[in-house]
Design a protein. Structure first.
Length: 418
């Protein structure tokens, strides 16, 4: 590494840490070359990806490698095929090649189901064309459920209850299942459970009329990833993107951005929150990324530690940090999606704030990750009592569902004894 630039050293170290043995990257004619070495056979696979070998593409290179590696593990495909699936034509960032998958799906249907071109164009192509258009748009969904929710609407964007809607949902569902099970896409692209499929086919938009009592509403992970991708590609936009990403993946308070620093795979918070109940201690926080981007917290820590991007100023007074943050997100020159999230929440009588990202972090850990209340309370920097007061419903809802399932199974077994 003696002749490498500093950012190249950091990149190679990150690759070695994340992928261990067999993977490496290097420059080739101004682009990034990915190499996979198979120790058991002594063979290599090499592929140049359409990403520039530049310091500002460090995170892009890492993200590309993560996606390619995951796809190859899931499908046992070659490095060349994985690259073709992940990089659409004329794209220099990893972004699933839905047009390629559509063409492969057509071949599969023709070979296994013997469908005619008329059936393909009349039944399948209409819906798949919609999916390709939405995934190539400005704010594409980040999950299979997100895609199917968009298919509830007709071509004019109107929510309908019709046979056409049922057909769109069913066609989208089978296509997504094929993409995951046959082509190795991440499981986040799987359709939701059948009970939710029925709702997507038949129900219109549903309002949640529960009382929010002034508390910030949790933002779904799919929406948070769209928010993260909606920052302007400017120094200011990248600065606020880094700050927002840290709130999403580490669940910290907004003010704690002023007192954070990376330490290996952790984010250290040198800050004590003082209240009438006492003060919190400085702590080391574990990252929890949305399932759609499982390595996001690692990438953000690398970006922070490398100095590629600086965190934004949040003012001189701690109590104004959150206000400064929200005002920045509300500027469309900085982010184009936050105002839509605010408007959607207001339409159902709710509100969002920087705490919405903290709530999402807790939900991710408690409900999706099965972490205990003790672990999460310590990680989030408050007492167990405060944690359960704010997030009891997360744990209760999951436990209630499991208990009722166990009860139904027990009653079913008892019926055989009668």
């Amino acid at each position: 590494m003696a002749n490498l630039l500093e950012w190249e050293k950091r990149l190679k170290q990150a690759v070695a840490q994340q992928h261990k043995i067999g993977w490496s990257v290097r420059e080739k004619r101004g682009k990034c070359l990915i190499q996979r070495y198979w120790k058991d056979t002594g063979t290599y696979e090499r592929k140049v990806i359409p990403v520039e070998w530049e310091s500002d593409q460090l995170l892009n290179i890492l993200n590309s490698l993560n996606k390619i590696s995951e796809l190859m593990v899931n499908t046992k495909c070659t490095l060349a095929e994985a690259t073709k699936i992940i990089f659409p034509e004329n794209k220099n960032t990893p972004n699933t090649n839905w047009s390629y998958l559509k063409d492969e799906y057509k071949k599969y249907k023709e070979e296994t189901k013997n469908i005619s071109s008329t059936t393909w164009n009349g039944v399948y192509m209409v819906t798949l064309k919609r999916i390709i258009e939405m995934m190539n748009g400005d704010n594409p969904p980040n999950s299979g459920k997100g895609i199917l929710k968009e298919l509830q609407k007709d071509s004019k964007g109107k929510l309908t209850v019709s046979k056409g809607r049922v057909k769109r949902i069913e066609t989208g569902k089978t296509f997504l299942e094929w993409c995951v099970y046959r082509k190795g896409l991440n499981e986040r692209w799987l359709p939701p459970p059948q009970i939710e499929i029925k709702e997507l086919k038949a129900s219109g938009a549903r309002k949640d009329d529960s009382n929010n009592s002034g508390k910030a509403e949790r933002i779904e992970d799919d929406q948070l990833l769209i928010l993260l991708d909606s920052f302007a590609d400017t120094p200011t936009g990248r600065s606020w993107r880094l700050a927002t990403g840290l709130l999403i993946t580490f669940g910290i308070r907004c003010v704690e951005l002023k007192y954070c620093r990376p330490k290996d795979s952790l984010l250290v918070i040198d800050y004590s929150k003082v209240s009438s109940k006492g003060s919190t201690k400085p702590r080391e926080v574990e990252g929890l990324s949305p399932a759609g981007r499982p390595h996001l917290h690692e990438e953000l820590l690398l970006e922070l530690s490398s100095g590629i991007t600086a965190l934004p100023s949040l003012g001189s007074q701690n109590r104004h940090a959150a206000r400064s943050f929200i005002r920045a997100l509300q500027r469309t020159s900085t982010n184009t999606y936050w105002k839509k999230l605010e408007a959607d929440a207001a339409a159902v009588g709710k509100k969002i704030s920087t705490y919405s990202m903290r709530h999402a972090y807790c939900f991710r850990g408690a409900v999706l990750g099965d972490l205990s209340a003790d672990f999460l309370a310590e990680n989030m920097g408050h007492s167990l009592q405060t944690h359960l007061k704010d997030y009891r419903d997360f744990y209760l809802g999951k436990e209630k569902k499991a208990k009722f399932a166990a009860a139904r199974q027990k009653l079913s077994l008892e019926s055989y004894k009668l």
